[in-house]
Design a protein around this ligand. Structure first.
Ligand SMILES: Nc1nc2c(ncn2[C@@H]2O[C@H](COP(=O)(O)OP(=O)(O)OP(=O)(O)O)[C@@H](O)[C@H]2O)c(=O)[nH]1
Ligand SMILES: [Mg+2]
Length: 285
């Protein structure tokens, strides 16, 4: 039986840890067990119970304090993640092996992990070897998506994770509850974007003539192949959270292998009932 994993990725502060705790709470209401692994060696705050925490293996502060390494916060994080990739047996031990496990991996926010460093790809391959079906969940803060040029750079960030990890990926715009009603209306066009008209939009902020051709080619490619789409995520909207979860479940075929549960049998009538006697009583009366 397979196990299931969501790799929760996205830029710093995009809402990854909040997404994980929201999903855990939501799953509880559905009677589903979802666990979280913290993979951020610099994490300070999160409010979900962890099944494993990378900080038990290595911490950024320890790496930065090491005089022989002399790393800053970002170099320190990269070192930690490479150390993690060389010690996947720690993860294997922490995960154990429970069939049908559904695990969220709360990843760090450094974007280079998803663009050109090999560690996340190595993690995906390792999880697949352990029979996990893995879905990438890429989060972008909706407040940084309400203008054409910001949207295109968000799309490119999501796309580079998709290309480098080669797994199904669901892209999400977070913090929808923080948008003003005007911005909420404005963002609708980015949830189902027509990239061509976005380019032609006179009010847009893509002004540079020099790069217009390149931007147009990128927009055309994304539009023609429907490569990137975003789902809205408002942590206060249960129905919206459920739609996101359904998309992810569908991409990793969660539920298809679950064992079919027989419906409860209706209680049989007591076997010692003698219908002839009852019938006779009725005839006599
Ligand atoms: N209102 C609102 N605030 C949110 C939402 N999601 C996250 N936040 C806030 O945004 C901030 C960052 O959220 P985190 O969940 O810590 O983001 P993160 O991506 O885990 O951040 P790093 O791990 O530092 O990269 C916190 O103050 C959250 O409370 C949301 O859906 N709505
Ligand atoms: Mg976090």
């Amino acid at each position: 039986m397979p196990r299931y994993a969501q790799l929760v990725m996205g830029p710093a502060g995009s809402g990854k840890s909040t997404y994980c705790s929201t999903m855990v709470q939501h799953s509880e209401t559905l009677n589903r067990s979802v666990q979280v692994v913290n993979l951020d060696p610099a994490a300070e705050h999160f409010d979900y119970p962890v099944m494993a925490d990378i900080r038990e293996l290595i911490q950024v502060d320890d790496v930065m304090e090491d005089d022989s390494l002399r790393f800053g916060p970002n170099g320190g994080l990269v070192f930690c993640m490479e150390y993690f990739a060389n010690n996947f047996d720690w993860l294997e031990e922490s995960l154990g092996h429970v069939e049908d496990d559904y695990i969220l991996f709360d990843c760090p926010g450094q974007i280079e992990l998803y663009t050109h460093l090999p560690v996340m790809k190595q993690l995906v391959e390792q999880l697949q070897q352990w029979e996990f079906r893995v879905c990438g969940v890429f989060l972008v803060d909706s407040q940084f998506m309400v203008e054409s040029f910001k949207f295109i750079s968000g799309v490119m960030a999501a796309l580079s994770a998709m290309v480098s990890l080669e797994i199904p990926q669901v892209n999400i715009m977070t913090k929808m509850d923080l948008l003003s009603p005007k911005a909420k209306k404005e963002i609708e066009k980015y949830l189902d974007p027509d990239m061509y008209s976005m380019m032609e939009d006179g009010s847009n902020t893509i002004r540079s003539k020099k790069f217009k051709k390149l931007t147009k080619a990128i927009c055309g490619l994304i539009d023609d192949y429907s490569i990137v789409r975003f789902l809205p995520f408002d942590r206060t909207d249960e129905e919206g959270i459920n739609i996101v979860l359904q998309h992810i479940d569908f991409s990793i075929q969660y539920g298809e292998d679950l064992e079919f549960k027989e419906p409860k049998e209706v209680e049989e009538e007591p076997a010692n009932l003698n219908y002839d006697e009852i019938f006779q009583d009725k005839v006599n009366s």
